[in-house]
Design a protein around this ligand. Structure first.
Ligand SMILES: Nc1ncnc2c1ncn2[C@@H]1O[C@H](COP(=O)(O)OP(=O)(O)OP(=O)(O)O)[C@@H](O)[C@H]1O
Length: 591
């Protein structure tokens, strides 16, 4: 079972870009037209040097004296071309943004859906935060390159080529001289870029450390005060802030050095052209206009040579981002919809495990051949020591993952043959800590497969006997719960989770009993709501309190990945086995 998502795909650079483009086909929409427009825009830049040369040689320095009309005519043509190419340039940007945003939106949606399809197993194997970052920041690194980098790289090359051709046409010796001056930059720039990237990587690490230090000190303020660790914490923060400052200054120093060497090199090139051009001019081999034009063309060299390395760096980032996103998309979703789902009508809710074995990826087997029948409509409590496999068993019943061997059946049908949508409508898992979304109580209760209106929410609340509680809240069912339900107590969050499960209306409920302590009043409400919720339904509860087992129809005892006892509480308590021992020790502890 390969539930882990590899950190990155192992495609080469070209393969990665090709696969990335396949995944976001919108990226290539109208690309040919965009490239043509971009080439027109780049060619338009040549207009300035050419206009200057024409205006100088044939206007200002015309053989019969300055010809103002000619200068104006040349400038007007130059201006018109410049305006047109300016339009082309704006259009290129708009088109690029539009197609790249569309393409990246496709990629985000696709990756996000796939993350949802991955089994609970993969999601827990992979840190959830890291998955979120693949959908967000990794796609962002691609976006920077797609929006600017890719085309800039092409246009820079075109600009260098056109500028060189223009220079050669004016004087090939000057063109050669300029290339010689810029050669060191072509060699040094990649090195400078690497040094700058390394410095910024260091800055990012330091920012992370600084945020962690500050964040921990705020979140853990009570513990810090309780242990008198304020000074030690302060020192840690000071250190993190100083380290960040040092790294940021180093990075900026490198950027400034790189920038000024670029300026120096282009200055050297300009000076060399002025000297060589003047000598050629004196020998009658170069016109003043041509010399001016070449000086302008030199300016068109600096940008592309500096940009090229930066863009190559962005290409590297984008390829790394693409590789990580592709790795997510290439992780097979293990819990998939059956090709031909069963059409059998829903049964009463009888569950069965036959020879079920399970191992987490790369781990030892944690369930070793479990055979178990859960009759329809029974209230079942699963008990056992911590780590014995209770939660794993319940997750398999909900098909959050599939067994390594054996079968899980609902009303005689293998869960793998049930359409996932049908399965989720018939079996609902209520986790220990149900996730609450930032919204009102009613919105959170209505969070089920079928959207529910206020009447059904009120009905669910009344059916579970929770009105007395909701009536005490400031805005009743419209009370906001805060992010993750932080405005509610742990017990109240459980009540919301139960109402939500009630509204989902499934015939089979799988409950992971909450272990967090709640006040006695809420405790009573929770257990009353649970009684009402499970009435008439099949329910399997991972019981952390043996009181739950006492009131269940059937108790299942799991020990070290095996079901060792099944029976009613009185029978098992009298049998003198594992359950009887657990129960005796629980009674003495709580007595
Ligand atoms: N996501 C996971 N990846 C790898 N191993 C896991 C994972 N979840 C559980 N395990 C291992 O599987 C075994 C059974 O765990 P499980 O959570 O099913 O036990 P449990 O009886 O529910 O325990 P508890 O009462 O503490 O919740 C344990 O050894 C546990 O370490």
């Amino acid at each position: 079972m390969s539930a882990r998502i590899s950190s990155a795909s192992d495609l080469g650079v070209v393969g990665t870009v090709r696969r990335g483009v396949q995944l976001s086909p919108a990226l290539t929409d109208g690309l040919t037209a965009t490239v043509l427009l971009a080439l027109v825009a780049t060619a338009g830049r040549m207009v300035v040097p050419v206009t200057i040369q024409q205006a100088t040689d044939h206007g200002v320095l015309a053989p019969g004296g300055p010809d103002v009309g000619r200068v104006l005519a040349v400038c007007a043509v130059g201006l018109a071309v410049l305006l047109l190419t300016g339009q082309a340039s704006a259009l290129v940007n708009v088109r690029l943004y539009r197609t790249s945003e569309r393409g990246l939106a496709q990629l985000r949606v696709r990756t996000f859906r796939h993350v949802h399809d991955l089994s609970a197993l993969t999601q827990s194997a992979e840190r959830r935060g890291a998955l979120v970052s693949r959908v967000t920041s990794d796609v962002d690194t691609i976006s920077t390159f797609v929006q600017r980098g890719g085309l800039t790289l092409l246009l820079n090359a075109a600009q260098l080529l056109l500028a060189t051709v223009a220079m050669v046409l004016y004087d090939w010796r000057l063109a050669l001289l300029v290339w010689l001056c810029f050669a060191p930059m072509a060699v040094l720039a990649p090195r400078a870029q690497r040094a700058i990237s390394a410095a910024y990587a260091e800055v990012r690490v330091r920012v992370g450390a600084m945020l962690a230090a500050v964040g921990e000190s705020v979140v853990g303020a009570e513990t810090i005060r309780a242990y008198g660790a304020a000074r030690r914490t302060q020192r840690r923060i000071d250190h993190a802030v100083r380290a960040h400052r040092g790294a940021a200054v180093r990075a900026q120093t490198r950027v400034s050095l790189a920038f000024s060497s670029g300026v120096v090199l282009s200055g050297v090139a300009l000076a060399a052209v002025v000297v060589a051009g003047t000598l050629l001019g004196a020998a009658g081999q170069l016109s003043v206009g041509a010399l001016l034009a070449v000086l302008f063309l030199v300016q068109m060299f600096t940008g592309p040579v500096q940009n090229a390395t930066e863009m190559l760096n962005e290409l590297q980032n984008a390829v790394a981002g693409w590789r990580r996103v592709i790795a997510v998309l290439e992780t097979p979703a293990e819990v998939t919809d059956p090709v031909r789902p069963t059409t059998a009508p829903p049964g009463p809710g009888r569950l069965e495990l036959r020879g079920v074995r399970f191992a987490y990826p790369g781990g030892p087997e944690v369930l070793h051949g479990v055979d178990l029948v859960i009759p329809a409509g029974a209230r079942v409590a699963v008990v056992g020591r911590t780590g014995s496999g209770k939660t794993t068993l319940v997750k398999l019943l909900a098909r959050l993952m599939d067994p390594t061997a054996g079968r899980v059946l609902l009303d005689g049908v293998d869960l793998r043959d049930l359409a996932l949508r049908d399965l989720r409508a018939r079996v609902v898992l209520v986790p220990q800590e149900g996730f609450l979304f930032d919204g009102t109580l009613a919105e959170n209760i209505a969070y089920g497969p079928a959207p529910a209106g206020p009447d059904r929410v009120r009905h669910a609340v009344a059916a579970l006997g929770l009105e007395a509680w909701t009536d005490t809240l400031p805005a009743g069912l419209d009370t906001p719960v805060g992010q993750r339900g932080e405005s509610l107590s742990a017990g109240e969050r459980q009540l919301v989770a139960l109402a939500r499960a009630y509204l989902a209306g499934a015939g089979v409920l799988l409950l992971d009993e909450a272990t967090s302590a709640v006040d006695p009043a809420t405790e009573t409400r929770v257990s009353r709501a649970l009684d009402r919720l499970t009435a008439g339904r099949t329910s399997v509860t991972v019981a952390h309190r043996l009181a739950t087992a006492e009131s269940a129809d059937l108790v299942v005892v799991v020990d070290d990945g095996r079901v060792v006892e099944v029976g009613t509480h009185p029978d098992l308590a009298a049998a003198g086995g594992t359950y009887a021992r657990m129960h005796r020790s629980w009674v003495t502890q709580t007595a």
